[in-house]
Design a protein around this ligand. Structure first.
Ligand SMILES: Cc1cc2nc3c(=O)[nH]c(=O)nc-3n(C[C@H](O)[C@H](O)[C@H](O)COP(=O)(O)O)c2cc1C
Length: 394
């Protein structure tokens, strides 16, 4: 779409948001204004998060993803040309040109729309998947729905809706359609962020009925449900429970990358004290992948994936796709669309380089490459991997 038309569209939508009161349905004026204040608080908090991601070091301090402990066996005679290396895949019924997803970050305000529009356009250009940030703001203020509507910029690729488990718990099945329809999404991510909520002064404290909510959604929604962590990882035990609840897609989003506990710690006094203690909390991304690889999920590996070799290592550990958030956002803010484009190009080139160096023409070949695991990762696998029994693995 030409820039001028996009500009008109944004201006028209902004007028609608500014000029028209939010739909209140049968709510009284007092309740409507409470809802509106809550929406403002969410928008302000989301903006503070984005600003901190640019100004501060918001990643884990000492913990790493442990992807650096995954060595792929080198092939000195690969019998392949670089042009033959094919990193395309299918996910959620669509073909992707690379096994990548820009995971959910934002929405709800005019500037968030611009981020969503530009990154979704890049996802379309690269033939990779794209997720919007939490659509909670849209629930509080329905006429902010347009800030998530990116299908026109990404007509063919996979798009993911997003809402927190805490909100999903109390939502009727019908309410999810609004979130999914806003972007004609191929699936919905239900994000998990217990650690962040506990550190956030205004965060949730009640996490009951999580598994039951997934069971209800897996049965009732017409699109697949992705159980998505946000930087603390998903253990084998939890994954097994989610599988029994009917979930078939995971984003393990492990520790070693963006730390939401750290981000909340940067926002307040009490949060600062407890947040610094738990900054590195969670299951490293590589350990999360090993824990779920034989459970029959389609797995996204995110959390600290920073280059193409990380992507290759994640795929070799059984992931279908790798996901990135913080580095794309930082590259976009530092260098605009061109900055984000060159970051994504580096990811794809790095992956294809690792594929050639391991003699892998396809991603299926890469999944068969022998890997050497370092001692810390083996330690994690002993606790969070398939249990060895005298007769094999359980
Ligand atoms: C600025 C920013 C905003 C985010 N907002 C959301 C969100 O609204 N919903 C969500 O599921 N995850 C959100 N995340 C988490 C990411 O999708 C991802 O799971 C996590 O940051 C780990 O990936 P990374 O290390 O590549 O950043 C956000 C991440 C960033 C950096």
């Amino acid at each position: 779409m030409p820039t001028a038309r996009v500009g008109c569209f944004v201006a028209e939508r902004k007028r609608r948001v500014a000029g028209r009161p939010a739909k209140t349905g049968s709510q009284g004026p007092a309740r409507a204004s409470r809802t509106s204040r809550a929406a403002d608080a969410i928008a302000e908090r989301k903006q503070a998060h984005l600003d901190l991601c640019l100004r501060e070091d918001v990643e884990a301090l000492r913990k790493t993803t442990l992807l650096e402990e995954v060595d792929l066996l080198h092939d000195a005679v690969p019998d392949l040309s670089f042009d033959e290396v094919d990193c395309s895949t299918r996910w959620l019924g669509k073909r992707l040109r690379a096994p990548l997803v820009i995971t959910g970050m934002t929405g709800g305000t005019g500037s968030a729309f611009e981020v969503n529009r530009d990154l979704a356009s890049l996802a379309e250009e690269f033939g990779i998947a794209f997720g919007v940030g939490s659509q909670r703001a849209m629930q509080k203020r329905r006429d902010s729905g347009w800030t998530y509507e990116v299908r026109r910029f990404a007509p063919t690729t996979v798009l993911l809706a997003n809402i927190g488990l805490a909100q999903a718990r109390s939502m009727e099945i019908g309410q999810f359609a609004e979130l999914v329809d806003a972007l004609e999404a191929d699936a919905i991510c239900i994000h998990l962020n217990v650690a962040q909520e506990l550190v956030q002064p205004e965060g949730d404290r009640d996490f009951r009925d999580g598994t039951a909510t997934f069971r209800r959604l897996a049965r009732g929604l017409r699109v697949p449900v992705v159980a998505k962590e946000t930087g603390c990882g998903i253990s084998r035990t939890v994954a097994t429970r989610l599988r029994a609840a009917g979930v078939r897609h995971l984003d393990v989003s492990g520790a070693g990358g963006t730390s939401w506990v750290r981000i909340e710690a940067l926002r307040g006094d009490r949060a600062a004290r407890i947040g610094e203690t738990f900054r590195d909390w969670g299951i490293p991304t590589a350990a999360g992948l090993l824990g779920v690889r034989d459970l029959g999920f389609e797995v996204v590996a995110s959390g600290g994936v920073r280059d193409g070799l990380d992507v290759a290592r994640a795929i070799a550990l059984g992931a279908s796709l790798a996901g990135v958030a913080l580095p794309v956002y930082q590259a976009y803010r530092a260098g605009g669309v061109e900055g984000a484009r060159s970051f994504l190009q580096d990811l794809v080139d790095g992956l294809r380089t690792a594929m050639l160096l391991t003699g892998s023409r396809t991603l299926a070949d890469l999944r068969r490459v022998p890997v050497v695991l370092g001692p810390r990762l083996q330690g994690w696998a002993a606790v969070n991997g398939p249990r060895r029994t005298p007769r094999g693995r359980a």
